[in-house]
Design a binder for this molecule. Structure first.
Ligand code: EMZ
Length: 382
C-alpha cells in the first residue's frame, strides 16, 4: 500500500484539511511531528476539551480527558497517578488471562466456516481485554460490545451525542458504585488517588475513564483487523513467526508503524508561529500526522513495505514525547499475544469479502482499516 501523503510530505511537508469549519494544518514529516510534540507551550493539548481530536469532539463532550488533554506540568502529575496501573499488562497473571481470552476467541473463529472479523472477533477481544485493564468483572464486556466499535461515532454519524451520553452515564454509575463499595478496580483506584494534596475529584476521575474507553477502542480494533488482512496476504510471514516467535515483538512495532491505527492528533497553537514556511495564527489547529511521519522515506528504508523483523524502528504510531500513548503497554500485549496464538494455530486466512474504511482528509484519502472483513481461518494440521 502506497502512502497518500508522500507527495505533499516531500514537497511542502504540510497538508490542509477542513474539520467542521475549524481548519487543520497537518504536519507530515517525522522530524516536524516530533519537534512539535515536544513544544507544548506553542502547541497545546489543554485547549477546550475535544478540540485536539480530529474530527473535533467539542460539540459532544465537556469532560476533559486526562492526562491526554492537559499540558505540563499538571500533565505529568496526572500521568504519574495512573502510569503504574497502565503497566500492569506486563504482569504474568495479566498476560496469562489475556492469552486465555485470545486463544478462546481464535478457537471459536477456527470452528466457523466464515466470520466477520470486526463484529465477531475484534470487538469482543478488545472489550474482554479491557476488563483486565480496568480490573472489572469479565461480564462487563458484554455491555461494551453492545456499544459497537466507537464510543462517540456510529454508522453514518461522525459524532453521535446520544452514544456519548450512554458512555458518560455508564461511567457515572460505576463511580457511584465504587464510592459506596470500593473494590480493586480502576474506578476505586482513581477515587482513592491523591492529587496536589487532595483526592482526585469525580470530574477528573471521569476524564481518565472516558479516555480509557475511547482512546483504545477503534485503534486496537483497527490494528488487529489490519493484522488479519496482512497475514491473509502473507502466509509466509505467519509461518516464519511460528518458527521464530522472538521476532513477534519487532513485528508488532512494524505493523503499528505501517498501519498507524490513529492517523493524527491535533494541537492548538497558542501564538502566531510558522511551520514548514507556513504561517499559523494563534488559536488555530495543527495536527501531528503519525500516519505520514511513519512512512517518512528520509527515516524509514523501504517505508511502504512491511518488514516484520525491522530493527531500527523509531515510529510514532503511539504518539511521541510526554503524551505518548498511556495504553501502549496494553495494546502491545494484545498484539503480541494475538500474533503468537495466530502463528501457532492458523495455517492460512482466506479473505471472503471486505469493505475498506477510508478517511477523507482534505486532499488526502487514507485507508485506516475496514468497515467489515469476512474471512475463513484454516487451522494448522496437527
Ligand atoms: C480520544 C482519542 C485518544 C477521543 C489517543 O486518542 O481517541 C479517539 O478515538 C476518541 O474519540 O475522544 O480519546
Amino acid at each position: 500500500m502506497g502512502c497518500p501523503f508522500a507527495a505533499a510530505r516531500q514537497e511542502t511537508g504540510i497538508g490542509k484539511m477542513d474539520d467542521q469549519n475549524d481548519p487543520v494544518t497537518m504536519l507530515l514529516r517525522l522530524k516536524d511531528v516530533r519537534k512539535t510534540a515536544h513544544n507544548y507551550k506553542t502547541f497545546q493539548s489543554g485547549a477546550v476539551p475535544g478540540r485536539i481530536v480530529i474530527p473535533s469532539e467539542v460539540s459532544i463532550r465537556d469532560t476533559r480527558q486526562i492526562p491526554f488533554e492537559v499540558d505540563p506540568p499538571e500533565h505529568g502529575e496526572y500521568r504519574g497517578l495512573v502510569e503504574a496501573w497502565f503497566k500492569r499488562p506486563l504482569e504474568e497473571a495479566y498476560t496469562s488471562k489475556l492469552t486465555q481470552q485470545i486463544e478462546n476467541a481464535l478457537d471459536e473463529a477456527l470452528s466457523k466456516n466464515s466470520l466477520e472479523v470486526i463484529e465477531e472477533m475484534m470487538l469482543p477481544i478488545q472489550s474482554r481485554a479491557l476488563t483486565l485493564l480496568l480490573n472489572t468483572p469479565y461480564k462487563e464486556a458484554e455491555t461494551w460490545i453492545s456499544w459497537g466499535t466507537h464510543v462517540f461515532r456510529s454508522e453514518g454519524e461522525a459524532l453521535d451525542a446520544d452514544k456519548a451520553n450512554v458512555l458518560y452515564d455508564y461511567i457515572d454509575k460505576e463511580f457511584d458504585k465504587a464510592a459506596q463499595n470500593p473494590s480493586d478496580d480502576l474506578y476505586s483506584a482513581l477515587l482513592n488517588s491523591d492529587f496536589q494534596g487532595r483526592k482526585l475529584n469525580k470530574e477528573e476521575a471521569k476524564g481518565v475513564m472516558v479516555l480509557t474507553f475511547a482512546g483504545g477502542r477503534d485503534t486496537v480494533i483497527n490494528a488487529l483487523t489490519n493484522t488479519i488482512a496482512y497475514f491473509a496476504e502473507h502466509p509466509e510471514s505467519l509461518e516464519r513467526l511460528s518458527k521464530e516467535p522472538k521476532v513477534i515483538g519487532n513485528t508488532v512495532e512494524e505493523l503499528v508503524r505501517y498501519f498507524s491505527p490513529l492517523t493524527q492528533m491535533g494541537r492548538v497553537v497558542t501564538e502566531d508561529t510558522s511551520v514548514c514556511n507556513e504561517n499559523i495564527k494563534a488559536d488555530s489547529r495543527v495536527s501531528l500526522c503519525w500516519a505520514s511521519a511513519n512512512r517518512d522515506e528520509s527515516v524509514f528504508e523501504n517505508a511502504n513495505d512491511v518488514i516484520i523483523d525491522r530493527k531500527l524502528n523509531p515510529h510514532v504510531g503511539f504518539g511521541f514525547s510526554h503524551h505518548k500513548c498511556l495504553g501502549a503497554t496494553h495494546a502491545r500485549q494484545i498484539m503480541k499475544v494475538f500474533i503468537k496464538a495466530l502463528s501457532q494455530k492458523v495455517d492460512r486466512i482466506e479473505i471472503l469479502d471486505h469493505k475498506d474504511n477510508i478517511e477523507e482528509l482534505g486532499e488526502f484519502k487514507r485507508k485506516v482499516g475496514f468497515h467489515s472483513l469476512s474471512v475463513k481461518f484454516h487451522s494448522k494440521k496437527s
